[in-house]
Each structure stands twice: as structure tokens, then as C-alpha cells.
Design a protein around this ligand. Structure first.
Ligand code: PBG
Length: 328
């Protein structure tokens, strides 16, 4: 571009009033982009707070319904469900139990709030006694035997009425296995939102307390991606797209915006970003100390994700954001 310079050009001209700034804004936040993660466990009237995540609770199904009803009324598009089972074992039985906690909640939500989209996180870690995302043998996390369990889990969510299934385990080939099982069971219209570029991240710390899913030995570095790698993220996304992913996700958010940008540019698919627990906790903690403005920092972070190329924003702040957008 060959622009004339100062004093003919004065970029500040377009920043002189709020109306003008709005008129020329390249990106915006809208409540329809928001997805709210929710954590379900059995019980009644249960709202168990989590120390590292103010405002986030483990909720019994009746409380999930209450939370989802409020979110829906605020215009939030979807909830993303995680389950904490009563019992964990070595084959994640709770993940694909016909009447598992997620399956129960999906049925309840689809019955009571049919127009709210219900997305289910498909993973085994919350249901495994060892907290890993796949079957463990001899201290190793096995890939191929885990695929069957993941596919079964996704199909059982679809059977309960889930609108979208979202595999987050990072086993190779899981999207193909899930697509095949869904199609085989007649759920050929159930989309897959794949956590395609999911990094082994220290930002997941608080989540593991909420979901009770911390690995009991080792870490997730043999299946989740290395934070050093950007090109590999594109290969991961390409594979998932090839295997049938309808939407892709990058996770975490704020520290991985280069990946979001490259993924959106290369594939042009509906792209979700997960502003994960650690990101949320940092904002909450600093705001509680009076060091930052919670509203301004949250909105600015999400807008940065949009600018990077995100279409869908998964955030624990979804309800606050929905309220703030009404008054901004
Ligand atoms: C399950 C899963 C995790 C998150 C989403 N799905 C945790 C992990 O991989 O250890 C993290 C979400 C967050 O930190 O908010 N595999």
C-alpha cells in the first residue's frame, strides 16, 4: 500500500467519538458467539464452589437446568457439558453409561430448553480412576483401544440428544472413529466440534480441580500438543478435517492466538477458541485484588480472539459477557 503520510493522513480522525469508533470497528463481540461450560454431578440442589474458579460450580442436574435457563435467556447460544461421575474405573464406564450424568443432563436440557444448543465434551479423563484421557497399560496411554470407548461415549451423548459432540482427548484417529460410530448409529447429522489443536497446557490447572480429572501419574504430554509447535497444529487440524470434523477448536485461547489465526486462514472452518480455566482464574484473581478491570480485560481478551479469527468463544464468563454486552 502506498499511503500518503502525515499531515494529510491522521488516523486519529476516525477515533474522535464512540459512534465513529463503532462505525469503523473491524471486529465485534456478540452474545450468539458465546458458549458456557458447565460441570454436572449427581445430586439435588447442589452448587459446589471451586476455590480456583470463583463463579464456577459443580452442579446437580436441577441446578444445571437453572444455570442453563438463565444463560439461554441472556442469549448465550450453547452450553458445553462436562460430567463428574459417582464412580471412576479403569475403563471409564461412566463416560458411556446410558444413564450417565452427562446423558441425564442432556436429556433434561433438551426436554426443557429445546432451542439451547447442547455440546458435550467427549473425553475419558473425568471417568478414569487414573485421570488420563485414554486406556492405560504398563504406564502408557494406549491410543487405538481408547478409540472404541470415545466413539461409544460420543454415540451415547448423541443418543441422549446432544446437538454437537466435542472430543477433547487428543488420541489419533478419534474423529474418524467417532464419525463412523455416529453414522453407524444413525446420527449422521450430529456435528463434531473437534478440539483439534489442544496443547498440553499449565493453563488447565483449575479445571482439573473442578472436573476432578488430574492425572494420578505423569502428565498429558504424550497426547496433547507441545506448546512449541505451530506447524504441527495445522497438521492436527488437517487430519481432523479429513476425518470429518465439522468445526475445529484451538485451546487454550489467549496464549495461542497465532494458532487461531493460522487455523482460520488455512481452513476457513467454523473455529472455536476455549478461554480455559487458568485464563479465567488469572483475570478473576487480579480483578479481586483491584489490579485490573475484570469487565474490560475479559471483553478485550475475547475481542482479541475474534480478531485472530475465532467464530465461537467458549468462556466461563459467558453470562457476565452477555450482560455486559447489553449495557455497552
Ligand atoms: C478434558 C478437558 C480438559 C479441559 C477441557 N477438556 C482438561 C485437560 O485436558 O486436562 C480444560 C478446560 C479448562 O482448563 O478450562 N480432557
Amino acid at each position: 500500500m502506498n499511503l500518503p503520510g502525515f499531515p494529510v493522513v491522521r488516523p486519529r480522525r476516525l477515533r474522535t467519538s464512540p459512534a465513529l469508533r463503532r462505525l469503523v470497528a473491524e471486529n465485534s463481540l456478540n452474545v450468539s458467539q458465546l458458549v458456557l461450560p458447565l460441570f454436572a454431578r449427581s445430586g439435588k440442589k447442589l452448587r459446589r464452589p471451586v476455590a480456583a474458579m470463583p463463579g464456577v460450580f459443580q452442579l446437580s442436574p436441577d441446578e444445571i437446568l437453572r444455570e442453563a435457563t438463565t444463560a439461554h435467556a441472556l442469549g448465550v447460544s450453547a452450553v458445553l457439558l462436562f460430567g463428574i461421575p459417582d464412580k471412576k474405573d479403569e475403563k471409564a464406564s461412566g463416560a458411556y453409561a446410558k444413564n450417565g450424568i452427562v446423558q441425564q443432563v442432556v436429556r433434561l436440557l433438551k426436554q426443557e430448553l429445546p432451542s439451547l444448543l447442547v455440546i458435550t465434551d467427549v473425553c475419558l479423563c473425568e471417568y478414569m480412576s487414573h485421570g488420563h484421557c485414554g486406556i492405560v497399560h504398563g504406564g502408557k496411554i494406549l491410543n487405538d483401544p481408547s478409540l472404541k470407548l470415545l466413539a461409544r461415549t460420543a454415540a451415547s451423548h448423541a443418543e441422549a440428544g446432544a446437538d454437537i459432540v466435542a472430543p477433547s482427548d487428543m488420541m489419533d484417529g478419534r474423529v474418524r472413529a467417532i464419525r463412523a460410530e455416529l453414522d453407524n448409529e444413525g446420527f449422521f447429522n450430529t456435528p463434531i466440534m473437534s478440539y483439534a489443536a489442544k496443547f498440553a497446557s499449565a493453563f488447565y490447572g483449575p479445571f482439573r480441580e473442578v472436573a476432578e480429572s488430574a492425572p494420578s501419574f505423569g502428565d498429558r504430554r504424550s497426547y496433547q500438543m507441545d506448546a512449541a509447535n505451530g506447524n504441527e497444529a495445522l497438521r492436527e487440524v488437517a487430519l481432523d478435517v479429513q476425518e470429518g470434523a465439522d468445526m475445529v477448536m484451538v485451546k487454550p485461547g489467549i496464549a495461542y492466538l497465532d494458532i487461531v489465526h493460522r487455523v482460520k486462514k488455512e481452513f476457513g472452518l467454523p473455529t472455536a477458541v476455549y478461554a480455559v480455566s487458568g485464563e479465567h482464574a488469572m483475570i478473576k484473581a487480579a480483578a479481586a485484588n483491584g489490579w485490573i478491570d475484570e469487565r474490560a480485560v475479559t471483553l478485550e481478551s475475547l475481542l482479541a480472539m475474534r480478531r485472530a479469527g475465532a467464530d465461537i468463544l467458549i468462556t466461563y464468563a459467558a453470562m457476565d459477557v452477555a450482560k455486559w454486552l447489553k449495557t455497552s
